[in-house]
Design a protein around this ligand. Structure first.
Ligand SMILES: [Zn+2]
Ligand SMILES: [Zn+2]
Length: 148
């Protein structure tokens, strides 16, 4: 089957992922400087993207406290991060891909997995808590005792 891939917001997803790492994993504000460093992008470009994301209702931005998620943004970010880590886990544990080779496919897949597919992988892997790098996998609807 041939179908055209349409995913206009791949780069927004990268920002959401970095903000998740800062705010949720490290409990730090989403400062432009830190996001710029993590994405290896110039601060003015980060500022521009924050503006775009603010217009789309994904983040709030304040100079002092940095960027933070809206409900909508956090939901999308959780799904991206979760998809990335579930795909890593699937490829390493089940398919036997080497840990060093898993980043690119996981990075690609994270933008395209519907939530039902992420949940199906999660169920198949028995709701894993950590990715092969030892980072926490955010829980989904399918997971027992999900924190909201
Ligand atoms: Zn990982
Ligand atoms: Zn689950």
């Amino acid at each position: 089957m041939y179908s055209v891939c349409e995913m206009p917001s791949v780069s927004i997803d990268e920002y959401l992922e970095v903000l998740w790492t800062l705010r949720v994993d490290r409990n730090q504000p989403g400062k432009i400087r830190d996001v710029a460093k993590l994405l290896k992008i110039a601060p003015p470009s980060v500022f521009q993207m924050f503006e775009k994301m603010r217009m789309q209702g994904l983040i709030k931005y304040d100079k002092r406290s940095g960027a933070d998620f809206t409900r909508k943004g956090k939901r999308r970010a959780r799904h991206i991060v979760r998809s990335h880590k579930l795909v890593e886990k699937l490829l390493v544990d089940i398919v036997g891909v080497k840990l060093g080779e898993v980043e690119r496919p996981a990075c690609g897949a994270e933008h395209y997995l519907p939530e039902e597919v992420a949940d199906a992988i999660c169920i198949y892997l028995k709701h894993p808590r950590e990715c092969p790098h030892g980072d926490p996998i955010p829980k989904g609807k399918c997971c027992p005792q999900r924190k909201v």
